[in-house]
Design a protein around this ligand. Structure first.
Ligand code: MGD
Ligand code: MGD
Ligand code: SF4
Ligand code: MO
Length: 685
């Protein structure tokens, strides 16, 4: 019997039973805001989820999607018990079994696969389903490392922006939401906080009320573009050209900050050289913008201080994404925008805590590294060894990674043993041989880490686990025990692990979390760049031309790869975050917003009108859905929401069916927005 196979003891506020009470916890989903939540619990059930006032950034409000999270917790799609497949892969029919039987089967398959084809024939597959410190890179990592499975490069998101930020600044802490009101110019570059991080919105508005100018760089209209002084509706994948044109403007017109460049940077000459070809006129042409608008933007940036660039993730999801992020992040160094509150750059702050995951009780072995964007290839082509066992958790790759058709073909393989450890019956879980029910964040502990503001918070269970769901740490601890991989009295479950993490966190962070506070790093919640924080590069300087990036980048750093459009597939399909889901999480709930957005010119050319049923297609796949026509997107670009479930479209394929599994120029990221497609009426097909 394993150390933690017993059903979980009743715990948390739910154990109190009785009349309704409000319990505080935190939202650990993959959203920059990490809200503090006030959850009303009545007779052991969640009845309302709202924002708490304890956290000044949350400020008493949360997004509509997490307000509805109770519908997921108690919904029809929730997985309540472990199950073993009945019928064909993809049917989603399972026979209920006990935890003991399910985990014994999984452990047996692991052992057999390792004996037959080596540990690398097992592929663990995960991303940021719950983004906290307990649900990933923990006992899961310990299991994979000690068992010697393949390793996973977690590159589906933030790989190019992360590589650029690491290369230029060593991932220095960036400007947090709280300091936006100090800015005189805010540039929202490839980011749409009105959907993807709503707590930034009031700070941007506040800045505008105080007179700040707002520039938005986005091929679509968003609530921010309506309020902007300048909307640059850029052609997707061309941001590197725009950013380099601004650099060239700064250098050639005497707006570059020579003193800052001398004292705090390296590589300015090489950057300047790469920017040289990008005149305003050339950039405008490549980016599909008016010359006058590009020039106005460059002049505004040159003249404003504090000037703040928020570098989002929309600009990274293409062949030029790494160079684009690097060129955007280099702007404040060249323009001399650091050193003042509200000036500099703002992006993911997820790695500024300096938290060493000492709680992973094993070194990483140098086993095969699989890029998660190549899952389809790995399942259908890799042979040395082939993937025999796939263990999916915190992730829904049947709909979220590139080349959906190939991924599904791989998942259909009869000789593949797939485990899905999931909260709900996702499109991926339907292909599993064994499903294991996971708790949601309302049923377990986690550490929610904000990456827009900077704070940590302990998420606590507010209700008992639904059905027989168990938290990640319990299940990975159990598997470690079954496979003889626990050493001494190492934690084998969530509670022990939580205590170990609390003890291992640097300084007084653990004590503050225990006391229910929201600790921040030593430099506080709103650092000024180059006053409170400096680059974490070896010489503490900004590296404007990192050698490592120059040699990694597909055709060199700050260089432009042309659009992949062809005559057959001329339209650029983008798939931005929507306010209905977090990636595909909550995508199971009924929705009416699943339409393909197209500009009236493109619709007219194709004889299409709003409400038509259309097929969006290329050589990789095809999606059938309803058309929406509006000038809210630039001509030549069309948009489908990110994170759709297969049930949301007419033919069971989603945007990722049209996405090539090509990798970004830096970081091995996904090129979601390099999908080039054609659209036609379904009636005419
Ligand atoms: N509601 C909600 N919130 C979320 C998420 C969600 O799915 N839903 N996802 C979370 C996650 S995992 C992430 S990574 C973040 C992402 O959040 P964001 O950084 O906002 O990224 P996206 O939503 O991918 O795209 C942002 C904007 O970029 C635009 N865009 C697309 N291509 C380009 C381009 O080539 N250049 C430029 N300049 N703009 C482009 C899109 O039209 C979109 O408006 O949000 C997090 N928050
Ligand atoms: N077309 C297109 N696709 C995209 C993008 C795009 O721009 N366009 N963006 C991409 C981005 S930014 C990202 S980050 C990825 C994200 O893609 P995924 O990592 O697949 O994220 P989710 O779709 O949210 O799926 C997470 C799953 O983890 C489960 N889960 C949550 N918490 C736990 C837990 O504690 N334990 C276990 N066992 N399971 C848990 C949830 O139920 C959910 O089904 O999607 C990418 N997909
Ligand atoms: S998803 Fe984001 S905005 Fe919504 S509750 Fe969670 S942290 Fe807050
Ligand atoms: Mo993401």
């Amino acid at each position: 019997m394993s150390r933690s196979a017993n059903p979980r003891a009743s715990r948390g506020a739910a154990a109190l039973g009785g009349p309704s009470s409000v319990v505080e916890t935190a939202c650990p989903l993959d959203c920059p805001d990490a809200c503090t939540l006030a959850v009303t619990v009545d007779r052991g059930k969640v009845v309302e989820i709202d924002g708490s006032h304890k956290n000044p950034v949350t400020d008493g409000f949360i997004c509509a999607k997490v307000r509805k999270f109770g519908e997921r917790v108690y919904g029809a799609d929730r997985i309540l018990y472990p199950g073993v497949r009945q019928g064909r892969k993809g049917d989603g029919a399972f026979k209920r079994v006990g935890w003991d039987e399910a985990l014994a089967l999984v452990a047996d398959r692991f052992t057999r696969a390792k004996a037959d084809a080596g540990g690398a024939s097992i592929l663990p597959f995960s991303y940021g389903g719950s983004n906290g410190l307990l649900t990933q890179d923990n006992l899961d990592a310990q299991l994979w490392r000690r068992f010697g499975t393949s390793r996973l490069a977690r590159t589906v998101c933030a790989a190019p922006t992360g590589a650029a930020n690491q290369g230029l600044y060593g991932k220095m802490a960036s400007v947090t939401y709280q300091d936006y009101p100090h800015a005189r110019l805010i540039v929202l570059w490839g980011v749409n906080p009105s959907a993807s991080g709503i707590h930034l919105v009031p700070f941007v508005r506040d800045a505008q009320k105080r007179g700040a100018r707002l520039v938005v760089v986005d091929p679509r209209s968003t609530p921010h573009t309506h309020a902007a002084d300048l909307h640059l509706a850029i052609r997707p994948g061309t941001d590197v050209a725009l950013a380099l044109a601004v650099h060239r403007y700064l250098f050639t017109l005497g707006h570059a900050d020579g003193r800052f460049l001398r004292e705090h940077t390296r590589g300015a000459d090489q950057l300047r050289e790469r920017a040289e070809p990008w005149t305003i006129a050339k950039a405008a042409e490549v980016c599909g913008l008016e010359e006058a608008d590009v020039e106005r933007f460059a002049a505004l940036y040159a003249q404003s201080s504090p000037a703040l660039v928020r570098c989002g993730w929309g600009l990274e999801r293409n062949r030029n994404g790494g160079s684009a992020a690097a060129a955007v992040l280099a702007l404040p160094a060249v323009g001399g925008k650091f050193g003042v509150r509200g000036g500099g750059y703002s992006m993911s702050n997820s790695s500024v805590w300096n938290i060493d995951r000492t709680w992973i009780g094993a070194e990483e072995p140098q086993t095969r590294l699989v890029n998660m964007n190549h899952l389809g290839r790995a399942l259908t082509e890799y042979n040395d060894p082939p993937v025999k066992v796939l263990f999916v958790y915190n992730c829904n790759p049947a709909v979220t990674v590139p080349d959906q058709r190939r991924v599904l073909r791989g998942l259909e393989r009869e000789d593949l043993f797939t485990v899905a450890f999931e909260q709900v019956m996702t499109d991926t879980a339907r292909y599993a041989d064994v499903v294991l029910p996971a708790t949601t964040f309302l049923e377990g502990y986690d550490f929610a880490k904000a990456y827009g503001p900077i704070h940590l918070e302990l998420a606590r269970p507010v209700v008992d686990a639904v059905g027989e769901a168990r938290p990640n740490a319990d299940v990975f601890g159990d598997l470690c025990a079954r496979l003889g991989l626990l050493v001494g009295d190492e934690p084998a479950g969530e509670l022990d692990l939580m205590v170990r993490v609390l003890d291992a966190l640097p300084g007084t962070i653990g004590d503050k979390l225990r006391a229910g506070e929201l600790p921040s790093p030593p430099f506080g919640t709103s650092p000024i760049q180059f006053v409170d924080v400096f680059p974490n590069t070896p010489d503490r300087k900004v590296d404007l031309f990192p050698a490592a990036l120059e040699s990694e980048a597909t055709i060199g750093l700050y260089r432009f790869q042309p659009d992949p459009a062809t005559a057959a597939y001329p339209l650029a399909l983008i798939s931005p975050s929507s306010d209905r889901t977090i990636s595909s999480t909550l995508g199971e709930l009924p929705r009416t917003d699943v339409t393909l957005l197209m500009h009236p010119d493109d619709a007219g050319e194709r004889g299409l009108s709003a409400g038509d049923l259309v097929r969006v297609f290329n050589d990789l796949g095809e999606v059938h859905c309803t058309l929406a026509v509006a000038a809210a997107i630039r001509p030549g670009t069309i948009s489908l929401p990110k994170g759709l479930w297969r049930r949301s479209t007419r033919n069971g394929f989603t945007g990722t069916a049209l996405v090539p599994d090509a990798l970004t120029d830096l970081g091995g990221g996904a090129c979601f927005n390099d999908a080039r497609v054609q659209v036609a009426s379904l009636a005419m097909a």
